[in-house]
Design a protein around this ligand. Structure first.
Ligand code: FAD
Length: 457
């Protein structure tokens, strides 16, 4: 193995179109920080790549010097897996290229693109695809981990819409992976995360969509029991076009006012949206109904303020069997004691197109109609870290009797271990191990929700 000395680092710097940052460099400190302010890791080197050749060189360099690789797309991973302590961070933050083909209705986007950038570009042509519900999240990490979002009822997950991936593999070779070229690898990339290489660009199928009808309906917290029971009944028969998340939140900007709320997105024609949303608007005595037509990119920014960059995050989530009355009561009881007004308890409804894909058609097995329960805990003062983590863990444990044995990979925290990865891949795990063995037998790409090529658990 080659030593990591100054001459070698200079040679790497000289060969990249991008930049290499080391501890002590002006831009190193900013470049190592990610969305979650709890993550405080110090890579030996950060290779801020400008293109595929840079990424290939960086992978080769890491292998020669034995440095652990981390891959940074949008930097939103709660577990902080895009940063390594002492290794080489392959940073795609400047790889922002996008090309929309309006005739073919496709887009190719480079690995550092975020959803706000992506949606802006596709909106020019009146096209869209399922993307993250927060606009600052990275396209690459979200899609490779499945990618749920507002359009999953009509268009499935982000990963369901992938057409090809340009991938730098463990040997530094560049592959254009499609369902025809490498069927197993393409299957694995649609949900298998960063386990198989660096996705330097991703190509998606797009769908005509300019406007949605969306927004927030908020009820007094005192009505939460009825609101969540109504949510359960209402979501039993919603059309594909309508996705509703229900939950318990604080009023934006308030540390006092708790609410029971629906966040809605209807991607069908305006008259249909009026009809479909009427029961939600007419239910109970809401404090606030702010629902109306808006360009699709706007719906993906509505909740951004609740997730400021650099805030401290610790998330837990699991699919639930059903919205049991007792589960609803427990959620309400726990929300009364939450230590941060940025915390929430959310139910994300899965239905429609996302549930019509076969369990093993992609690496994402979560194809059942139902709800993902998410505890996205967010706070600002480091002095509150212990209280927030303790609250989130205790709440998660308390509601765990209602869990299905399925978990959403993209939401894992750094203490979600091998069991959680198993639950995220379910019946697809064994095939993923086989593909991993074939394409990355030495586990070069291991700083992720790892699929161990040896199949260890
Ligand atoms: C505020 C917020 C909102 C979110 N909303 C959603 C949502 O609506 N739907 C959803 O499904 N998830 C959501 N997530 C979870 C999110 O999808 C994951 O955290 C995902 O990993 C973020 O991708 P990224 O590129 O921003 O992350 P990064 O931190 O940059 O990367 C995370 C991991 O993804 C892999 N990776 C990233 N880029 C590449 C690449 N180019 N090639 C290979 N591997 C790569 C690597 O393993 C890396 O460690 C959200 C997270 C946050 C913090």
């Amino acid at each position: 193995m080659a030593a990591l000395d100054a001459a070698r680092i200079d040679a790497l710097s000289g060969s990249l179109s991008g930049t290499v940052f080391q501890p002590g460099d002006d831009r190193y400190e900013a470049a190592r920080l990610v969305h979650n302010g709890l993550i405080d890791k110090r890579p030996a080197l950060i290779a801020r790549c400008r293109g595929v050749a840079d990424v290939s060189t960086a992978v080769g360099f890491a292998r020669e010097t034995g440095l652990e690789i981390s891959i940074r797309g949008g930097g939103h991973n709660i577990a902080g897996l895009s940063v390594t302590n002492g290794g080489l961070m392959i940073d795609l933050a400047e790889m922002k290229g996008m090309y929309v083909d309006p005739q073919a209705r496709t887009i190719r986007a480079q690995g550092g693109v975020t959803w706000s950038e992506f949606n802006r570009e596709t909106a020019v042509y009146g096209l869209a695809v399922t993307g993250g519900v927060i606009s600052t999240t990275g396209v690459a990490g979200l899609t490779l981990g499945g990618g749920l979002g507002w359009l999953m009822g009509i268009h499935g997950l982000a990963a369901d819409n992938l057409l090809s991936v340009e991938l730098v593999n463990a040997d530094g070779a560049v592959l254009n992976v499609t369902a025809e070229s490498d069927p197993d690898l393409f299957w694995a990339l649609r949900g298998g995360g960063g386990n198989f290489g660096v996705a330097t660009s991703l190509e998606y199928r797009l769908h005509p969509l300019r406007e949605v009808v969306g927004g927030l309906i908020a009820h007094p917290f005192e009505a939460a029991r009825d609101v969540l029971r109504f949510y359960r009944e209402f979501t039993e028969s919603v059309p594909d076009e309508l996705t509703v998340f229900g939950g318990l939140v604080y009023a934006p900007g308030s540390s006092e006012l708790r609410l029971a709320a629906f966040v809605v997105c209807h991607a069908g024609p305006a008259e249909q949206a009026q009809r479909d949303l009427a029961p939600l608007r007419e239910f109970g005595e809401p404090l606030l109904v702010e629902v109306g037509p808006m360009p699709y990119p706007v719906i993906n920014t509505l909740l951004d303020d609740g997730f400021p960059r650099g805030a401290l995050n610790y998330w837990k989530s699991s699919f639930v069997e059903r919205l049991d009355d007792v589960l609803i009561d427990l959620a309400i009881e726990r929300f009364e004691t939450t230590p941060s007004p940025l915390n929430a308890i959310l139910f994300e409804h899965f239905h429609g197109a996302v549930t019509r894909v076969g369990v093993s058609d992609t690496a994402v097995p979560h194809r059942e109609v139902g709800y993902n329960l998410l505890l996205p805990s967010v706070w600002l003062d480091p002095a509150d870290t212990e209280a927030n983590i303790a609250w989130t863990r205790a709440t998660f444990d308390l509601v765990s009797p209602y869990f299905a044995d399925r978990r959403w990979l993209n939401y894992f925290s750094d203490d979600d271990g091998a069991d959680a990865v198993r639950a995220a891949y379910g019946p697809n795990y064994d095939r993923l191990v086989e593909v991993k063995r074939r394409y990355d037998p030495e586990n070069v790409f291991r700083l992720n929700h790892n699929i161990d090529p040896i199949g260890r658990e």
